[in-house]
Design a protein around this ligand. Sequence first.
Ligand SMILES: Nc1ncnc2c1ncn2[C@@H]1O[C@H](COP(=O)(O)OP(=O)(O)OP(=O)(O)O)[C@@H](O)[C@H]1O
Length: 787
Amino acid sequence: MGGHMQQTNAAAATALYDAGPANDAGDAVMARWLQSAGLQHLGSPVASTGNNDQRHLPNLLMQGYGAQTAEEKQRLFNLMRNLNFNGESTSESYTPTYQASSAMPSSEGFFSPEFRGDFGAGLMDLHAMDDTELLSEHVITEPFEPSPFMPSVNKEFEEDFNLPANRQQRQQTDAEPLGSLPKSEKENTSVAKIKVVVRKRPLNKKEIARKEEDVVTVSDNSLTVHEPKLKVDLTAYVENHEFCFDAVLDEDVSNDEVYRATIEPIIPIIFQRTKATCFAYGQTGSGKTYTMKPLPIRAVEDLMRLLRQPVYSNQRFKLWLSYFEIYGGKLFDLLSERKKLCMREDGRQQVCIVGLQEYEVSDVQIVKDFIEKGNAERSTGSTGANEESSRSHAILQLVVKKHVEVKETRRKNNDAKELPGKVVGKISFIDLAGSERGADTTDNDRQTRIEGAEINKSLLALKECIRALDNDQLHIPFRGSKLTEVLRDSFVGNSRTVMISCISPSVGSCEHTLNTLRYADRVKSLSKSGNSKKDQTANSMPPVNKEALLASNDVEDIFEPPQEVNVQETGRRIEKESYTTSTTDFRQPTSFREESGIPSISMDKGRSETNNSSFGGSASQRNHLSSYPQETSDREEKVKKVSPPRGKAWREEKPDRPQNLSKRDVRSSDIPTLTSFRQNTSETASRQYETDTSLDENIDALLEEEEALIAAHRKEIEDTMEIVREEMKLLAEVDQPGSMIENYVTEQSFVLSQKAAGLVSLQARLARFQHRLKEQEILSRKRVPPR
Ligand SMILES: Nc1ncnc2c1ncn2[C@@H]1O[C@H](COP(=O)(O)OP(=O)(O)OP(=O)(O)O)[C@@H](O)[C@H]1O
């Protein structure tokens, strides 16, 4: 299908081309192409000669009247390569040679922006970016190779994010909303795997009032931190630290431009089984929340636009949202009254968050409401640098799922093509807590110290993972923290990671800024050598019967293709399916959610404004269901079934739960175990329900025990500290002249037995809890009875 579409497009492009150079649109198109490469000044000679046709791009390169400098030539070459690259999926990439340029045999391979979709030419470079092409730190050489004809041409650094140069063009593309489908699977691989972007915020009022200097200067993709220093003889001098990143966004760059430089290129490949993560890193008050906040909203706009395309709407791709935070090493649902969540890992090391509420969304306004609601629930506090400082890592996830009706017969035959509610792709936005919070561990109250320690731990764990990946280590310590467990997806498989490092420009933040930049540099270095080996390593799991996994009904996201090549195949399969199964799917009277007992309710805001009922038989639900009249009553009945009474926190249905949305409780039933992959038919629904209920209760009890265990551990540490103080006192006394050694021995012996008793008790508690964990695991496996 993709191939067909591309052929059609190529033909259309040729037709456009054949329409002749007199075409008015041609000038604009050519101008945009040139502008996208920062070569707008070359546009005039072309226009004046009437050569407003893409075939003349090589002439610009070759004939000497266009590109003069090495940099211009490089840019022009990149432009040509990208045009060709995106337009022809079947041919080799265009490699300009003298012969090729003069004969122009590849002209048909050039691709009009009209047929490249609405990305606008400004994103071409971004898409063509190869993650093996990044420059290393402190590289001060020109970012372009002297000649495009050198074999090392692939090593050049694309000027993807040359924002000052491209800003004008980007503003133009504002009017052209993203609405195209990925034209080629190449698009998937052409988006950098790890992208590190730095954003400098302007000096704030306090800093200006304190007359603090701006010590960060930005130039294209690099920046310099001018660190004031003192010599031993107290002479002042400035040490310059230069860094180079995929993009450096200066203080005057808007949030919209940040979106374009970071998330926009990833959106289309979310539909090709990509798991993308964007996280903001930086000291408190550096602009992480300011930067992250608008990104999901923009992403939803674009995702919704794509979802409305027939190719996706026909096969019922839906968008789901969840929002949670990691605070003090624990997970809390920000859209469900901060309900505590459990993180579990299945046999395939896929992380699932038990209890997390997912909401199907179909409207940007609803997403805004969710984000506001979630932000209001976030753990914040006040710091010297930021009045509203985040004390947690907040994670907002947007998941595209393919909702497929399942034919009973096919499902029984383990037909791998029927994957109801399967995750197609997802994008996570992570607003990390301030990176210097670890330093808060010595002062403040106990709570702040614990917070600081937790944040420190998670950021260190993140660093450790990055280091391990960097060193191609076999073992990646994802389990080092909750954060890294959640982020695991970002570094393995078909993933894309965008790290936005936020920095404050003030001289007072110089040290933190340098730390942030060094951290960012470390992440950047990950992408330098490519990640193929790392991916394999991280995905090295025992062989699993893929067909059996794919035959699962109730498990989402069960198969992570281990390598890019598989990912592409999968992407192709999904695209193909969209045409072969959509009609049948749409007519299927029974939805997967109904069968599995999960309410499937439309998120039409317009409709639902008139009703207040949020769950189980709301007006919006009825509206949606009216197109399936035969199943309404059944569905409502089953909606009740899937909300069994649970532990105290989960039992309550709060009246202020967000309206207009269908809610899905990703409970333990979503933990994909190998056993559970094989079952979840309607016949087993009631047994399932019973097991689910007891499993839920079990999880509640387990959570309470977990709390108690951690509290006991904390108490044990406090007791130990008390004992240590006691021992120090004893030592100090025994050192005094005339001290009684007998007293010392007796008292020390008592102290030691106290110490031992504390440790033994904690150890016993740990063993009990470990046993409970095993029990729970067995129960969760049991929930799917054998056929
Ligand atoms: N690029 C920017 N342009 C204008 N104002 C900004 C920018 N970045 C941040 N600010 C302002 O700086 C202040 C602190 O920003 P923000 O809360 O995003 O910091 P943070 O890094 O999330 O801090 P914390 O880690 O403490 O949560 C806010 O008032 C915000 O509006």
